[in-house]
Design a binder for this molecule. Structure first.
Ligand SMILES: Nc1ncnc2c1ncn2[C@@H]1O[C@H](COP(=O)(O)OP(=O)(O)OP(=O)(O)O)[C@@H](O)[C@H]1O
Ligand SMILES: [Mg+2]
Length: 241
């Protein structure tokens, strides 16, 4: 039963785009129930890492293990069905569709139509902004609100593992707090979270464990508490001296 609580494991991953190798020998672990954050400067390879886990980018070598199984050759559709959700960075993928329709899209691998509507109702109760904008085209929401819709779409699959890329990018501090609180809540209800966050200080506040990437390599790792006290991390990412 050893490592029973390990939900995600990356072993010596190399990955990139065609000739360009971005990830160089990346290993990473997430235990069930954790919030794990990935920190690092622009271009460090954080988004590439999430894309590689989800299979949008194929590793050239190394292994991605999820719930004890190699998912390297598993389709993204199958990954969704197995409980992995991926929330990419940026705005709504379906700006011309209403929030309601976006949430339905989030459930496209499900066939339980009645339960889907019930889940949408529940999400609207949980996130007031969704209720308020339910029949508005997603493209007419603010950037922060659109990111909320993207997270809610991911939740339609009741994921056991959620990969979230920069959910607070460009948000006002008050909205950052709101989104990170939602992520904490999602985690508290049982979903393991792997989050890329440019706001290192805020990320460490909600994380159990964190990795710091630099130029495609894993530079540092440790408990959030440990990294928060690390002088190098403080100087490079926490904006304090
Ligand atoms: N589709 C692509 N084709 C070629 N190179 C790419 C592609 N996407 C990213 N890269 C390169 O891969 C490297 C890592 O990019 P990535 O987006 O993973 O970084 P990041 O850590 O997420 O950065 P940011 O904080 O700016 O989002 C960069 O040098 C980037 O130019
Ligand atoms: Mg990125």
């Amino acid at each position: 039963m050893e490592n029973n609580d390990l939900i995600l494991e990356l072993d010596n991953i190399h990955s990139g785009y065609g000739e360009i190798e971005v990830l160089k020998d990346i290993s990473l672990w997430a235990h069930r129930g954790q919030i794990v954050s990935i920190l690092g400067a622009n271009g460090a390879g954080k988004s590439t890492l999430l894309k590689t886990i989800f299979g949008i980018v194929q590793p050239t070598s190394g292994q991605v293990m999820y719930e004890g199984q190699d998912i390297g050759r598993v389709s993204t559709f199958e990954k969704l069905k197995r409980g992995i959700a991926y929330v990419p960075e940026g705005r709504s993928n379906f700006p011309a569709m209403t929030v309601q329709e976006n949430l339905e899209m989030g459930a496209y691998s499900r066939s339980d139509k009645k339960q889907i509507q019930e889940d949408i109702n529940n999400l609207c109760e949980r996130f007031p902004i969704l209720k308020l904008k339910r029949y508005t085209a997603a493209g007419n929401l603010s950037g922060g609100q659109q990111q909320m819709v993207e997270i809610a779409m991911g939740l339609m699959l009741k994921p056991r593992l959620m990969l979230i890329d920069e959910p607070t990018l460009g948000m006002a501090p008050i909205l950052v707090t709101e989104v990170l609180n939602i992520i904490k809540e999602i985690n508290a209800s049982g979903t393991t979270i792997l989050i890329v966050e440019q706001n290192a200080k805020r990320a460490l506040e909600i994380s159990d464990y964190a990795y710091v990437m630099e130029l495609g390599k894993m530079r540092m790792q440790g408990s959030a508490e440990e990294l928060g006290r690390n002088q190098e991390v403080i100087e490079a990412y926490l904006g304090e001296r």
